[in-house]
Design a protein around this ligand. Structure first.
Ligand SMILES: Cc1cc2nc3c(=O)[nH]c(=O)nc-3n(C[C@H](O)[C@H](O)[C@H](O)COP(=O)(O)O)c2cc1C
Length: 186
């Protein structure tokens, strides 16, 4: 993939909004086939052990079915010419713990900004004629992937985004109609 195209996608990502403009993101561009294979193996291995464990503890069948379903969509990143590992770090301007204690709920806006960056990345990839996919499934093996990628705290793996020329043009996935998802208050 031409470096200029990658740059344009990453440029779009870095223009995303973020709370108090902290830009709590970092992007690791992975193109090494060997590393991508190792990462996919780590994910596959994790699913195998999760399935074994769920059987051992007698987890509900729908959980096992979900794990099997998710597994199918969690390692294809290794086939893409480029996979961008998106990292996130928590908001660090204020004492979040204190705020959360008083509020009694989580209040870290950081993941929202990183999500916006991922969306910008997807839109830019699409505009340039590439296919890209936001994937969270691989994060079942988050610790293992972070080790392979050399991710150290305060950074955490947030999403994996494989990018490449689309091998097919599937029909658009359906969306709920506006009537179902919008409430106009009088
Ligand atoms: C937070 C998030 C996590 C996702 N994780 C995965 C994933 O692990 N594997 C995958 O194939 N797609 C994943 N997707 C893509 C969704 O399946 C996809 O966006 C949805 O089915 C609608 O399809 P469309 O985006 O092509 O319209 C994820 C999307 C989001 C926003």
């Amino acid at each position: 993939m031409p470096r200029e195209d990658l740059r344009r996608m990453l440029e779009a990502a870095r223009h995303a909004p973020s709370a108090t403009n902290q830009q709590p993101w970092h992007f690791v561009v992975v193109q090494d086939r060997g590393l991508l294979q190792q990462m996919a193996q780590a994910v596959e291995h994790k699913f195998c052990s999760l399935l074994e464990r769920s059987e051992k503890v007698g987890a509900p069948r729908r959980m096992e079915a979900y794990l099997r379903y998710l597994r199918r969509f969690s390692t294809f990143f290794a086939q893409a010419p480029v996979t961008i590992a998106v990292l996130q770090k928590d908001y660090d301007l204020v004492d979040l713990n204190a705020i959360e204690l008083i509020l009694g709920q989580q209040h870290d806006p950081s993941p929202h900004g990183v999500a916006a960056a991922v969306e910008n990345l997807l839109l830019a990839a699409h505009a340039l004629g590439y296919g890209a996919c936001w994937t969270h499934g691989p994060l079942v093996a988050r610790n293992e992937l972070e080790r392979l990628l050399g991710v150290a705290r305060p950074w955490r793996l947030f999403a994996m985004v494989p990018v490449g020329l689309p091998a097919e043009s599937p029909p658009a996935r359906p969306r709920k109609p506006l009537e179902e998802i919008v409430t106009f208050l009088p």
